[in-house]
Design a protein around this ligand. Structure first.
Ligand code: GLN
Length: 453
């Protein structure tokens, strides 16, 4: 814990942590020492972790990357983080993220972007760590924690993992409780861990997962010993390579890495087959209807009354307007406007209902592949390596949304997906492969991911 607190102080330029909690960390580490001495160590005893600022942490500032929650200190702890502390982990601080987790580069954070510790060879340009869990990926990659929590609504764990050479898994929808996590799009949001190895993410996920009566969508199923799946043979597994993911304009180095991954799995005894997921091209447009729709509804609660910021007005309506205008950044306002529009009378059937139907078709594509005997699907995690800060944010927002092309299908279908570092670009930047699994079969993902890491 002390070593990590020291490293955090030296690496503040990365803006990975929004809040550092050194006193709390040392106190928790001391408790761990005594539990170890008494022979009562938990599975994560003394392991220093960072927590994405979307998780409510009791008494510790929780902003969701937004000015509207600038001074919010929750009176409660999220279920996922309380399970980490139950198992002995130590809180180092709260990690930067895109405002309300809306973004792919951490640049929509009201507190400035986190910076990727990686740079292209020979370049001094700062790169994005991905998003929305950019603080988590930057901190794990820069050794500012041993692991971190993230949330993933459309790729926010897997894409930043790919951009920083770290491992990140979004488990099946319902695996982890969403209670105490700031809601973005409730039917898509899932928590998951970041770490430097597949095995470390497996160990962390076991503590984070599990049924919680406080989240009605959390599933009452036993949580397996995920770490036991790491190192298990992949011999005889059938791995699908979906032809629709060969998108136009994919850089040759991404394509090469993908085929290399397929070769590694074949060499390990798996069978690799081409599959078709025909509705893939509709996933991104449907996601950018469903996610803003749910966000516009979830964010109605930031009204200047219940949490955080309040900007007075002559009457209550003006107070709402003033608070929300001052508190929300441009990307969040854009999502609220899109979401309100697609949910409004007259447009609801044309947009929202249609997007839900597309969602069903996307899920059916995967169901059919799994029914045909596919155990996991192999894809690249992102269509490019990390890009420069400022290079996409200022352009058309759609340009940024395109970055989620390989990750959003997984959330739309509620499936587990893991991103694993598998190579480097010509400039030496990390590149990731993604594995997508059957519902609640994270174990297969851990064994297959370990075979390519
Ligand atoms: N980049 C996607 C978005 O902006 C996904 C974000 C996320 O997974 N939280 O919606």
């Amino acid at each position: 814990t002390e070593a990590h607190l020291g490293a955090m102080e030296k690496a503040r330029v990365l803006n990975a942590y929004l809040v550092e909690t050194p006193e709390k960390a040392l106190e928790m580490a001391k408790t761990s020492d005594s539990r170890i001495a008494k022979g009562e160590a938990g599975p994560l005893e003394g392991i220093p972790l960072g927590v994405k600022d979307m998780f409510a942490t009791e008494g510790v500032r929780t902003t969701a990357g937004s000015k509207i929650l600038d001074d919010f200190r929750p009176p409660y702890e999220s279920t996922v983080t309380s399970q980490l502390w139950r198992d002995g982990a130590v809180l180092l601080g709260k990690l930067n993220n895109d405002e309300f987790a809306m973004g792919s580069s951490n640049e929509t954070s009201a507190f400035g972007p986190a910076i990727n510790p990686w740079r292209a060879r020979g370049s001094s340009e700062n790169l994005v760590p991905g998003g929305s869990s950019g603080g988590s990926s930057a901190a794990v990659a820069a050794r500012l924690c041993l692991g971190a929590t993230g949330t993933d609504t459309g790729g926010s764990i897997r894409q930043p993992a790919a951009f920083t050479g770290t491992v990140g898994i979004k488990p099946t929808y319902g695996r982890c409780s969403r209670w105490g996590i700031v809601a973005f799009a409730s039917s898509l949001d899932q928590a998951g861990p970041f770490a430097r190895t597949v095995k470390d993410t497996a160990i962390l996920l076991r503590s984070m997962a599990g049924h919680d009566p406080k989240d009605t969508t959390s599933v009452d199923m036993p949580v397996p010993d995920y770490a036991a799946a790491v190192g298990r043979s992949v011999k005889g597994l059938r791995i699908g390579v979906p032809k629709e993911y060969r998108v136009e304009g994919m850089p040759p180095e991404i394509e090469k890495l993908w085929m290399q991954g397929a070769e590694w799995l074949k060499a390990a005894g798996a069978e690799v087959v081409e599959i078709s997921l025909p509705h893939t091209k509709y996933a991104l447009p449907a996601y950018y209807i469903v996610a803003p729709a749910e966000a516009s509804s979830n964010l109605a609660r930031y009204d200047g009354v219940r949490y955080g910021m309040r900007v007075p007005g002559r009457d209550v309506i003006e107070m709402y307007e003033n608070t929300r205008a001052a508190g929300f950044g441009p990307e969040v306002r854009r999502r609220i406007m899109i979401g309100t529009y697609v949910l409004s009378a007259g447009y609801y059937d044309a947009y929202y209902v249609k997007a839900q139907k597309v969602r069903t078709l996307i899920k059916r594509d995967f169901d059919e592949a799994f029914a045909a005997g596919i155990d996991a699907v192999l894809t690249p995690t992102t269509p490019s390596p990390a890009f420069a800060i400022g290079s996409k944010a200022s352009a058309d927002p759609v340009e940024m949304y395109l970055n989620d092309v390989f990750t959003v299908t997984v959330n739309m279908a509620g499936l587990p997906g893991i991103a694993v570092p598998a190579g480097h670009s010509a400039e030496g930047l990390p590149l990731g492969l993604q594995l997508i699994g059957r519902p609640f079969d994270e174990e297969t993902l851990f064994s297959v991911a370990h075979a390519v890491e």
